[in-house]
Design a protein around this ligand. Structure first.
Ligand code: ATP
Ligand code: MG
Length: 180
């Protein structure tokens, strides 16, 4: 399983439809400051179901919609589509190619689809879970986060490891249970 294409349309700085073609292996995105590299990573997290505006470096979810520039008016919707090569059948669906897409309208509504068929966010989350791409499986190390790890206190560093190992949520639950 690998990512084939990522298409952004009206997502953050990508006002016009832009498609990135990805190959198996490592992909590098290079470009000057402010050219939209991190926005590409945000689009990837978003189409896979990210719900936190803060994780997407915005104040509200509407901030993912192209807000306009001096020469171009704002857009009314943001769309991202991710096409995954599923020839090895890792995704539990009978298609060798799977496209998941997400659209957010400035009026507030949002739409999700799998291979063009409208679905719920939950369907996308379930499709990706147990594949290494699921909500708690993929890892995005944000800009400045490495620095934060290096500067962290031993307690915070332990937290990072616990989170990576999937223990943190259980510890939080245990602490909550003991408080009752
Ligand atoms: P750096 O090398 O500094 O990390 P970068 O290539 O990662 O830069 P991004 O953070 O991806 O850059 O892009 C920032 C740009 O995206 C800014 O110019 C910002 O104005 C623009 N941008 C973010 N959200 C929107 C939006 N909703 N509408 C229009 N432009 C946006
Ligand atoms: Mg960046």
């Amino acid at each position: 399983m690998h990512l084939r294409t990522l298409t952004l349309r009206g997502f953050k700085s990508f006002a016009s439809a832009t498609t990135l073609h990805l190959e198996p292996g490592i992909t590098c995105v290079v470009g000057p400051n402010g050219s939209g590299k991190s926005n590409v990573v945000d689009a990837l997290a978003w189409v896979m179901g990210e719900q936190g505006a803060k994780s997407l470096r915005g104040g509200t979810m509407e901030d993912v919609i192209f807000a306009g520039t001096a020469g171009r008016p704002p857009l009314g919707r943001a769309e991202v589509a991710l096409t995954i090569d599923n020839t090895d059948g890792v995704l539990p669906i009978e298609y060798s190619e799977v496209t998941i897409s997400r659209t957010l309208f400035r009026s507030g509504g949002s739409e999700y689809a799998i291979n063009g068929t409208p679905c719920r966010l939950l369907d996308i989350q379930e499709l990706l879970s147990d594949t290494g791409m699921g909500r708690e499986m993929h890892v995005i190390v944000g800009q400045g986060q490495l620095d934060a790890v290096l500067r962290a206190t031993p307690e915070d560093r332990r937290g990072f490891i616990e989170e990576a190992a999937g223990i943190l949520k259980h510890r939080r639950r245990k602490e909550k249970a003991l408080r009752k």
